[in-house]
Design a binder for this molecule. Structure first.
Ligand code: UGA
Length: 437
């Protein structure tokens, strides 16, 4: 099938490459020339495990090309809209400028029977509005909403073998045809009995934000328990294990620590709150404001814990920060708790040296005031305190006895509760976790 993918960021570049890998003929389109040049040369403009391999093989097959010209979408039967919906400046709502612009730009290039498929995360009601725009254009195209559930770091496998598919389609024949077209796009997932929910636009849009809201709530729930554990002497990691054995609760996404970040969870819960308020139902998701507040408090907690653990004035104290990306296996620093902690400590006058296997460049361009090092040993040398804020395997496997010889003071704040506290203490470290003794 001929497919166009509008927007070649984290979502679109992976989607375009994966669709070509699955045998479709794909053109990826983006207004960012640098991004398109890189992708056309087989280079990924961001770090995503497995993507370089899929991109290279799809390019070699001749089924994948990239362009900055929206007219190159003409001739494709299915057009995926995978542009960003960032948080609006000065508001909690989603900025729909790019989604609106992508659909408008596509209109002159559509043929009767084409399917536009929204993948971007949007406030409920957006698809119905865009469907009316497409209808009014007289293009004869149909709109479907097909939210994406991929996780950065696992994006390629999540796209090729998703855990579920959701199609939001209109009623009637146009909807039936849209389902048939999407089933052809996702033939391999359909063949392997991937659960499929065919529904209306509003439900499809809401499924996505509800899923992210639930995940964010789960993380903030356990972080709230960490706050209580901190004042009661309990151990939140054992608590998570114990409640996680209940399969109704489950252990995944119950890791207490510095909290969630990234380009999705934080802005999605804020946009959901803003949309619910517009719809007159702000109270229904008012708890998400608390989820957000708990999450942001954990960053502050890591900063405060570090400052109090220093045992000397923070000004000019050398603090080694391990981690910058919002989670391991990603170079993404959007709303990253790790980078935020580094920036706050620097703001307090600490001499921060930070390292990360992939996210240094993205961090440096945003916050040049921090000293970055690509070397763990150099980062640790002479530190008055060490703060681990992203649980990269490289940091988890640091030998505490080796690290002990490098630092000035053996103080470690484990902002992800990921280290073996007993092993670090045995090597002479003062260990601080979050919500664990
Ligand atoms: C999230 C969702 O998990 C995906 O299903 C969704 O498709 C995606 O957003 C999106 O909307 O595009 P992602 O942003 O890649 O995916 O990251 P997650 O794996 O969800 O992690 C989010 C944050 O939560 C990270 O900062 C992570 O460190 C933190 N986290 C996760 C915790 O603090 N504790 C946990 O137990 C789990």
């Amino acid at each position: 099938m001929r497919i166009s993918v509008i927007g070649c960021g984290y979502l679109g570049a992976v989607h375009a490459s994966a669709m070509a890998e699955l045998g479709h003929e794909v053109v990826g389109i983006d207004v960012d020339e640098a991004k398109i040049t890189a992708l056309s040369e087989g280079r990924t403009p961001f770090f995503e495990p497995g993507l370089p391999e899929v991109l290279t093989s799809a390019m070699a097959s001749g089924r994948l090309r990239f362009s900055t010209n929206i007219a190159d979408a003409a001739g494709a039967e299915v057009h995926f809209v995978a542009v960003g919906t960032p948080q609006k400046k000065g508001s909690h709502a989603a900025d729909l400028t790019y989604v609106n612009a992508a659909v408008e730009a596509l209109l002159p290039h559509l043929n009767v029977g084409d399917l536009i498929v929204g993948k971007s995360t949007v406030p409920v009601g957006t698809a119905a509005r865009l469907a009316a725009v497409i209808e009014a254009s007289g293009s004869g195209a149909t709109l479907a909403w097909n939210p994406e559930f991929l996780r950065e770091g696992f994006a390629v496998q999540d796209t090729i073998a998703p855990d579920r598919l959701v199609y939001g389609v209109p009623e009637g024949l146009a909807g039936d045809r849209a389902v048939a077209q999407l089933n052809e796009v996702y033939a391999s997932a359909i063949d392997t009995q991937t659960p499929l929910v065919v529904t209306d636009y509003a439900t499809a849009e809401l499924v996505k934000v509800a899923a992210n809201a639930f995940l964010a709530t789960k993380i903030s729930f356990i972080n709230a328990m960490a706050e209580i554990a901190e004042v009661s002497g309990a151990d939140v990691t054992q608590l998570a294990d114990a409640i996680g054995y209940d399969t109704r609760i489950g252990r995944r996404f119950l890791n207490a620590g510095v909290g969630f970040g990234g380009g999705c969870l934080p802005k999605d819960i804020r946009a959901f709150t803003a949309r619910a308020e517009e719809l007159g139902r702000g109270e229904s998701v008012a708890f998400l404001k608390e989820v957000d507040a708990i999450n942001l408090r954990r960053r502050q907690r890591v900063v405060d814990l570090t400052v109090s653990a220093l045992g000397r004035p923070v000004y000019n104290a050398k603090v080694a920060v391990l981690g910058l990306s919002f989670k391991p296996h990603s170079d993404d620093v959007r709303d990253s708790p790790a980078l935020d902690v580094a920036v706050q400590l620097r703001g307090l006058g600490a001499d921060v040296v930070a390292t990360d296997p992939q996210a240094i460049e993205n961090s440096r361009s945003r916050h040049p005031q921090i000293t970055y090092s690509t070397n763990i040993e150099e980062t640790l040398r002479g530190a008055d305190a060490v703060v681990l804020v992203t649980e990269w395997p490289e940091f988890k496997s640091i030998d505490p006895s080796w690290a002990a010889e490098l630092v000035t003071t053996r103080t470690i704040v484990d902002g992800r509760n990921t280290l073996d506290a007993a092993a670090w203490r045995a090597a002479g470290w003062t260990y601080y976790g979050l919500g664990r003794p």
